[in-house]
Each structure stands twice: as structure tokens, then as C-alpha cells.
Design a protein around this ligand. Structure first.
Ligand code: 5GP
Length: 203
């Protein structure tokens, strides 16, 4: 079997990266998987252990780093976030497409360890649309929205480090764009080597 593809997705808060990935995983079924990160932040209302994150103490998080259990990790705000390495490697071995929905620092570190990963940055159509979306969610006050927009500006500066940019204006278009990227990535020579060898063997 050909090996799987590791897809890093980053975007400022409010750009719909989770929605895009969830739609794709729904369509791809068993072929795809989203990595569940570990975090030291508090669980938010509506979130579930093992679904949105694995929620751990700072001590536990640091122990996991020491034990080499994290593929990457970062401090974002006052909390730690990281990707447990075991499940990612296992799913890639099974030939699956594995999504990491992580911030830019983590994206940079993953590329060092998995140079073949594909990095996609999701952008909003404009800063105005982004600020309207953040207001529309109704979860933040004006001050928190201003902070998120400031962080978004900084994160957007680093979008140039990514392999692809997907604009999320109409959700279904963004989903189709990411699917097209995955389709093309699956045809890359490093992924198709096994198949090529099979064909050459019988030539
Ligand atoms: P939130 O607290 O809103 O769930 O996430 C805050 C930020 O941390 C988001 O940009 C999210 O993508 C990022 N993040 C979530 N999990 C990870 C992870 O495992 N590693 C890294 N580097 N960032 C993560």
C-alpha cells in the first residue's frame, strides 16, 4: 500500500479551518483522520475529551514531551498545545490522509520532521469579513475580537511559508479546493513509487 499524506492546516481564528476539515473527513470516511491534539487549556462548553482535545495538566504535558511522545508542540497564549506522535505515524502507515489543524509555529516544526507534508493556509476573503464572522459567532466581546484580529494579522504574514493558500469565502468551494490539493498530492512521485515499481516489474 502507498503511504499516507500528512496535511497541515493553519488559519487565523474564525476562518473556518475546522469546518473545512470536518466536511472533507465526512466525505473521505475511513481514508482520512484528524489528529486530536493535547492541550493544557480549559475545556470549553460543548467540547469533549478525546474529541476536540486531550486535556492534560502542564506537568503531564511536559512529561509527554520528555518521553518523546509529541510530534510538535507550542505555547499559544498561556497554554501548551501539541500533536501526539503515535496516532499520526500509525495512520500514515495505514495509508490514510492525516490532518493536523495547528498554528503556524507547529506547522513549521512539522515540516522539519515530515518534509513531505503538505501545508495549507486558509485565509478569509478580507479582514472585514473575518471581523464580521468573529462578531457573528457571539462568543467574544469587542476587546477579545480586536485581540483575535491582531493575532490574525500576524499569522497572515506567515502564510507565505505554506505550500497552498485556500480562500474560504463559500465553504463548499474551499472544501473542493482542499480536496483538489489532496488529490494532486496523492499523485506525487514519492507517494506513487510503490505503484510505479509494480508496473516496471512487469514491463
Ligand atoms: P483553540 O484554543 O482555539 O482551540 O486553539 C488555539 C490555536 O492552537 C489554534 O490556532 C489551533 O489550531 C492551535 N492548535 C491546536 N492544537 C494544536 C497542536 O497540537 N499544535 C499546535 N502547534 N497548535 C495547535
Amino acid at each position: 500500500m502507498n503511504k499516507g499524506i500528512l496535511v497541515v492546516i493553519s488559519a487565523p481564528s474564525g476562518c473556518g479551518k475546522d469546518t473545512i476539515v470536518n466536511e472533507i473527513v465526512k466525505e473521505m470516511g475511513d481514508e482520512a483522520s484528524v489528529s486530536v491534539s493535547m492541550t493544557t487549556r480549559e475545556m470549553r462548553t460543548g467540547e469533549e475529551e478525546g474529541v476536540n482535545y486531550y486535556y492534560v495538566s502542564v506537568d503531564q504535558f511536559k512529561k509527554n514531551i520528555e518521553n518523546g511522545e509529541m510530534l510538535e508542540y507550542t505555547r499559544y497564549g498561556s497554554n501548551y498545545y501539541g500533536t501526539p506522535v503515535g496516532p499520526v505515524k500509525e495512520k500514515l502507515r495505514e495509508g490514510k490522509t492525516v490532518f493536523l489543524i495547528i498554528e503556524v509555529e507547529g506547522g513549521e516544526n512539522v515540516k522539519k520532521i515530515f518534509p513531505d507534508c503538505v501545508k495549507i493556509f486558509v485565509i478569509p476573503p478580507s479582514m472585514e469579513v473575518l471581523s464580521n464572522r468573529l462578531r457573528g459567532r457571539g462568543t467574544d466581546n469587542e476587546e477579545a475580537i480586536a485581540t483575535r484580529l491582531e493575532i490574525a494579522r500576524t499569522e497572515l504574514q506567515r502564510a507565505v511559508e505554506y505550500d497552498y493558500i485556500v480562500e474560504n469565502d463559500v465553504l463548499q468551494d474551499a472544501v473542493e479546493d482542499v480536496k483538489a490539493i489532496i488529490k494532486a498530492e496523492k499523485l506525487r512521485i514519492n507517494i506513487m513509487q510503490t505503484k510505479l515499481r509494480e508496473v516496471i516489474k512487469d514491463a
